[in-house]
Design a protein around this ligand. Sequence first.
Ligand code: NAD
Length: 478
Amino acid sequence: MHISHMLIDGTSVSSRKVDTIFNPASGEPVAGVAVGGREEARLALEAAKRAFPVWSSMPAEERSEVLREAARLVRQRRDEIARLLTLEQGKPLKSSRSEVLSAADVLDYYAEEGKRNTGQWLAGPHSRSIVLRQPIGVAALITPWNYPVDLLSWKVAPCLAAGCTFVSKPPSLAPLAATEFVRAVSDAGLPAGAANVVHGPGGTVGAELVESPISRKIAFTGETATGRAVMAAAAARIKRISLELGGQSPFIVCADADLPAAAASAAHRAFSNMGQICVSVNRIYVADEVAEAFTDQLVSLAESLKIGDGMQPGVELGPMFSSQQREKTKEHVADALERGAELLAGGSEPEGEEFSRGFFFRPTVLGRADHSMRVMMEETFGPVAPIMKFRSVQEAVALANDTEYGLAAYVYTGSLKTAMQVAEGLESGGIGVNVNSVIDRQAPFGGWKQSGLGRELGRWGLEAYLETKHIRVGVWKE
Ligand code: NAD
């Protein structure tokens, strides 16, 4: 069986402890993973610290060349990385391929953005002030299992472009593709130790990366509860932190919306990756007068999606990532039904021998949802679309904001005025108007309220790895 090793100081590192990674579609073993602990995390941090002066002192133009080469290597190795991603995570192979390509595009983007790390020059009466942006130092990059390659690229690329070095900790149960991604980046000509991967549990490896005096910056994506623990641990040394946490994204369908477009868009964003996306559509609010027509269209789309093993061609929805994830989804559906929701589609596992060993679940649509239900207030992280009717746009905005989360929100309307009123009223880091994605490489991504702190992507993503320095130069007598 293939063993995924750690990458520390430019060398593959094995371990006495080897865990098995299982395929969520079949329960079959995929590969072994060498599991480290606090000691390996320390060694990797020390290697990153040694590499920092080498990498950070290289001209941005040269770092840009390395990032471009990294993007090329990731594209060249796309098929193998994507295959591992589908086998360990479950998503359809086509989605894995686009995830890997998107990660390569992010590397290319920051190969350019890193050259635009501009400072400022300010004139005082007797002095000149130069404001520099300099790399923070060693960064700890901690990521979840739902987009293990893409979300890591959002950290690796700006981190390296800024001149920082890093230790990454991929998710324990889906570390294979992420490790191969970092290996490709490392092979592009980075100094040994600039890019490291340590496998292991969050409670040991993750905790060491956060607590160590060596890491100056923590970039974390994961659950809000884990983010809270990371923030508390980072507080001990006042570390720079970026937190991309959970979401509970509303989708508002106004009476004047293009209904087929809205239904297709909601279905895609509620069910793709089996709803295991931080910006998934979690709650749908639809204007009373169009509720029936919209619901019918959503139900027929939910029932038309092809479920299966992500390695099979034509499959649109793979299994859920784990039995735990599926249980939580079932609990949320059962809770909603007990509280008066109506089951309109899905709600159970698909039938058939081919589904018997994987964590499959049918895309689910619930009618008559309200805010007493867990599915409307907590993060389900499953393929469930609950629908609630509203009478006025003001009511829809108030309902949408009635949550501790604030990552993404969507509105479908034919009126520019309504779109702007709703978008400005929503408490959320990203708003999609007549689109179902708030992700654009050149724009900031991140959450309000308990969905996070800081921003990734665009120039904001680069700034997250830079410190500010003011150099005051006396030029005339004061
Ligand atoms: P998780 O919080 O369980 O784990 C995330 C990572 O943190 C893993 O690598 C884990 O091993 C590590 N970790 C756990 N405890 C730690 C600790 N004490 N110190 C340091 N690291 C620790 O999240 P998950 O279940 O892997 O991912 C799903 C969650 O991620 C969902 O809540 C989802 O909304 C969120 N998410 C957010 C975004 C975003 O951009 N806002 C994107 C994707 C996923």
